[in-house]
Design a protein around this ligand. Structure first.
Ligand code: NAD
Length: 574
């Protein structure tokens, strides 16, 4: 049980009011301080509205609401926190303002009181040094909305007394939240991993790599995130993102953390996201739903379901064959020899059995899917195919000569597709006599809903539109991008995963804390360390090397920890 019985909250805006509510729900006595009577009335309004909503949804009784509000005393006089055991500051994110507030708290609070800041991006150490009790200063970073979000990052500086931290951790646990204990680093864990990913998504959009809709759809469908990075940036507020990236860059001096130029332009133009009615998207009115605007989407074309050829017999090839056949397409696959053809058949039957076990299909659909597939070692069997997908091992010279062969047998008008991830699509396109008819395809998850289609500098617009339509007929949601390493999903998720691995390597936070921070603070379906193990360290290292070789940014080199565990044949969590 926590030793804190009476807790002060300074600033009753979005966060302070939420924190005061959480504390009062936890049966603590709360003193809420605001700057003047108007702000105090707004703070009271936040508290009444939030608990009122809970009553309306029958999550709280009217009586419980009265009790909660009855535990909160509101005041504009700092002197009223004099008797508090702990005070949490939640005033706007400006260092000089926070320093003034802490100097005042230091003056009025008891000598044994702990003082905490809810800052998202300022240095807790700098704030602590304003006071005469730097050992009693901690960071306690709640997430918005505080009554709902389970994660609380508890930050200790090099000076913080472990007992002060332990007291805050116990309090947070007592409130039914999950505390994550970490050191004082810009962005802590969750924002340090999330915001650079958002900033990179903005830069990717700004470079013309893909449309905002495709970037958002790719990350939602490809990684199971609740929303795409540009939608989330609009929601957070582009001014907040810009300021936080400045703070992270100031500390890291990593060029990837320089705020994306487009972010700064939008903020200068007053287009701050949902709250102002426009950011990356346009909203009906501030805070409302997205409306269609000038950034028109490409026209869709009508096509018949394609006859698909697949070259390869490994896991990826089998996954593609299964996906196509289940969507109703006829598939001809070509493997190296009869033994490989047989092995691929067995793997296909196995994959379809697993789909039955998971309740995705029934016996009849399995039988029908298998009847649509034929396998052979003869590449000439691909002569009638509309779409020929190469899914052989990641070896550039093998792929290049295979593409030349496919080009020889494919009919005129066929589209050739590569699943290469470590070599640019254009290299394979140039190995054929029809470079305009070659595109790249990534399926970030198998089985999955998302297909990323990359076009090169020579892909014809007609081929691009047809490829998107044909792949769409295979039951996949298609997003388009340029021919760049990682397409969209891998280009955005592996740098984020690598950052998490570096955080683990540096001993800044342990695997459980990092994973909990991203799941509970940012809505990720799985934490990054668990995700690295699931995707495979070999894949992580391969994709990061490809990203590095294109961008030559040191931070994109695989974290040595990943290589070490990979060589040792171990997972990060084993
Ligand atoms: P806000 O602007 O909604 O609220 C700040 C409140 O502080 C206002 O009500 C203001 O009247 C009051 N205030 C200003 N000066 C004061 C003073 N001298 N004394 C007492 N009260 C004063 O801001 P917010 O979004 O609640 O953010 C507060 C803190 O929480 C910031 O440090 C922010 O970085 C952090 N934070 C915000 C979020 C978020 O999503 N909004 C999430 C986590 C942390």
């Amino acid at each position: 049980m926590s030793r804190f019985r009476k807790v002060g909250v300074v600033g009753l805006g979005t966060m302070g009011a939420g924190i005061a509510e959480v504390l009062a729900r936890g049966e603590l006595e709360v003193v809420g301080i605001e700057i003047n009577e108007d702000a105090l009335a707004r703070g009271r309004g936040h508290l009444e509205a939030s608990t009122g909503r809970a009553v309306k949804r029958s999550k709280l009784t009217g009586e419980a609401q009265r009790e909660i509000l009855g535990r909160i005393t509101l005041s504009t006089d700092f002197q009223d926190v004099a008797g508090c055991d702990l005070v949490i500051e939640a005033v706007p994110e400006r260092l000089e303002l926070k320093r003034r507030v802490f100097a005042e708290l230091d003056r009025v609070c008891r000598a044994d009181a702990v003082l905490a800041t809810n800052t998202s991006s300022l240095s807790v150490t700098e704030i602590a040094m304003t006071t005469n009790r730097p050992t009693a200063i901690v960071g306690v970073h709640f997430f918005n909305p505080a009554p709902v979000m389970k994660l609380v990052e508890v930050i200790s500086t090099v000076l913080t007394d472990p007992e002060a931290t332990a007291g805050v951790v116990a309090l947070v646990e007592g409130l039914g939240k999950t505390p994550v204990s970490i050191g004082d680093r810009a962005g802590f864990v969750a924002n340090r991993l999330l915001l650079p990913y958002l900033n990179q998504a903005v830069a990717l959009y700004d470079s013309g790599h893909a449309t905002r809709e495709d970037i958002d759809a790719a990350m939602k469908l490809g990684t199971g995130l609740p929303m795409g990075p540009l939608t989330l940036s609009d929601m957070i507020g582009l001014d907040i993102l810009l300021e936080a990236m400045e703070a992270i860059y100031t500390e890291s001096r990593d060029l990837r953390h320089v705020p994306a130029p487009l972010l700064r332009r939008l903020v200068t133009a007053g287009l701050l996201g949902r709250k102002t009615g426009r950011g990356f998207y346009t909203y009906e009115k501030p805070g409302s739903a997205v409306v269609r605007d000038h950034a028109a989407l490409p026209e869709a074309v009508e096509v018949e379901r394609p006859l698909v050829g697949v070259v390869g017999s490994g896991d990826l090839a089998v996954g593609i064959i299964e996906t196509c056949a289940r969507a109703g397409a006829e598939v001809r696959f070509v493997a190296g020899d009869d033994t490989k053809v047989k092995a691929a058949w067995l793997a296909l039957e196995d994959a379809l059995e697993q789909s039955i076990a998971k309740g995705r299909i029934d016996e009849l659909s399995k039988k029908a899917a298998l009847e649509r597939i034929t396998g052979s070692p003869e590449i000439g069997r691909l002569v009638d195919c509309d779409l020929i997908i190469e899914a052989v091992a990641e070896d550039v010279s093998v792929k290049r000569s295979l593409f030349a062969t496919i080009d020889d047998v494919a009919k005129a008008g066929a589209i050739l597709v590569t699943t290469a991830s470590a070599v640019p699509v254009i290299e394979l396109a140039m190995a054929t006599d029809r470079p305009a008819a070659v595109v790249g395809l990534h399926l970030p998850e198998l089985p999955g809903k998302l297909a990323e289609v990359a076009t090169t500098v020579v892909t014809s617009p007609e081929v691009a539109a047809r490829a998107v339509a044909l792949i769409g007929r295979l039951g996949l949601e298609v997003v388009r991008c340029r021919d760049r390493a990682g397409f969209i999903v891998d280009a955005l998720r592996f740098p984020y995963l690598n950052d998490a691995a570096r955080m683990l390597e540096a001993g800044y936070a342990d695997a459980d804390s990092i994973d909990a921070a991203m799941r509970l603070g940012c809505g990720y379906p799985a934490g990054p360390i668990a995700e690295l193990d699931r995707l495979g360290l070999d894949r992580a290292v391969r994709v990061l090397r490809a990203l590095y070789s294109e961008a030559r940014q040191a931070a994109l080199t695989p974290a040595p920890l990943l290589e070490e565990y990979l060589i040792a044949g171990r997972t990060l969590r084993s």
